[in-house]
Design a protein around this ligand. Structure first.
Ligand SMILES: [Zn+2]
Length: 364
């Protein structure tokens, strides 16, 4: 099978989270001579499949076979592939069956390699992500099969194919502040403690303020206020309580302790409480690692484009793989229609992505 045929086959398997449309069984059979570990948890299907060619490093390709629901607004059936003007339209065309087809075919066509090659696949990336990649990594730790380096083939390019890879991701810290005052009549402000007045003196020094200066990989971690509410929608009562919510997309220079200290510095005169909840932790893979340098070269050789190293955007399963001590990067097709109606990728991009992965495997 060629990469485009494989791509079309995967797209026509409807695999909305947490189903896989039979894709994992098909892939396990497609890669002859590989050892398959089926790691299913509840209704989630996971597959880790590997082959040891030699004693060198272990290179893993990771991805998800699940897609988000098609939704409304499609011009064609989202699970029947339509080709038009060099583009392939279907749910999952960018996110991320393009990446899957490219690396599965690249691995299938590899006859020699100085190390171990593997694929880590899940049907639970777009959903809660509780029984997917995380569970596979637990098994890999147990069985001593943790890769040295990993490529997650999510769509990362911006304007032209080859222009961006992701070498890390920001974290996300959610904050909930409650300020207690003393409720009273608006006509007797001296008898009340108004939390709106209290906060207003400090709010301008908090909202939109950068908690660090960023660095070559990350933009600054900004304190973004997302919600403030207080009062009873009347003009004659000074309220007794105020609630504020905020979010910080944090780099490796800012953590929960620094957010806590920032809030304390501004609210210390008030009777406040703070709760933080971190939904993702930041990570970055150094530009000097084997995987980043080799992927850089492979992209430039195939496309003539020098990719930028970005950490922008939302989260992916790379956030689970990096803390296991694996050098993780993400690289895939252009990201401009993911999760949208009429999701599409050009055939040329999928073929070039395949060529990049072949080149990377050959030179790793
Ligand atoms: Zn994705």
């Amino acid at each position: 099978m060629k990469v485009i045929e494989l791509f079309i086959d995967l797209l026509e398997r409807k695999s909305e989270t947490p189903t896989d449309g039979g894709a994992l069984k098909f892939i396990a059979e497609y890669l002859e001579g590989y050892t398959a570990l089926v790691i299913n948890r509840e209704e989630v299907q996971n597959l880790f499949i590997y082959k040891k060619f030699g004693e060198g490093e272990h290179l893993c390709f990771a991805g998800h076979v699940d897609v988000v629901p098609a939704g409304d607004g499609w011009d064609t059936d989202p699970y029947k592939v339509v080709e038009k003007d060099g583009y392939i339209y279907a749910r999952g065309a960018q996110d991320m069956k393009s990446g899957l087809a490219a690396f599965i075919q690249a691995v299938a066509d590899t006859k020699t390699f100085n190390g171990t090659l593997s694929l880590l696949l899940t049907s639970d990336e777009e959903g809660p992500a509780k029984n997917g990649t995380v569970k596979v990594l637990e098994v890999l730790k147990e069985k001593n099969l943790m890769p040295d380096a990993c490529i997650v083939a999510e769509p990362t390019c911006e304007k032209v194919f080859g222009d961006a890879m992701k070498v890390g991701r920001r974290g996300s810290i959610n904050g909930y502040v409650e300020i207690l005052g003393k409720q009273g009549h608006a006509a007797y402000p001296e008898k009340a403690t108004n939390p709106i007045h209290q906060l207003s003196h400090e709010l301008g020094k908090m909202a939109g303020v950068n908690l660090d200066n960023g660095d070559e990989y990350f933009s600054p971690s900004q304190f973004v206020v997302t919600d403030i509410r207080s009062g009873m929608q009347v003009t004659n009562v000074s309220p007794g309580k105020l609630n504020m919510m905020f979010n910080v997309r944090n780099s490796t220079k800012t953590d929960q302790a620094s957010v806590e200290a920032f809030v304390e510095a501004h609210l210390k005169e008030m009777n406040y409480s703070l709760r933080l909840d971190q939904s993702a932790y930041p990570f970055v893979t150094d530009s000097n690692t084997h995987i980043v340098r080799n992927l850089d070269k492979a992209i430039e050789k195939v496309t003539g484009v020098v990719p930028k190293h970005s950490t922008a955007g939302g989260t992916s399963d790379a956030r689970f793989i990096a803390p296991c001590g694996v050098d993780v990067v993400e690289f895939g097709v252009i990201n401009d229609t993911i999760h949208a109606p009429n999701e599409r990728t050009s055939k040329a991009e999928v073929e070039k992505l395949y060529a990049v992965f072949r080149e990377l495997i050959d030179t790793f």
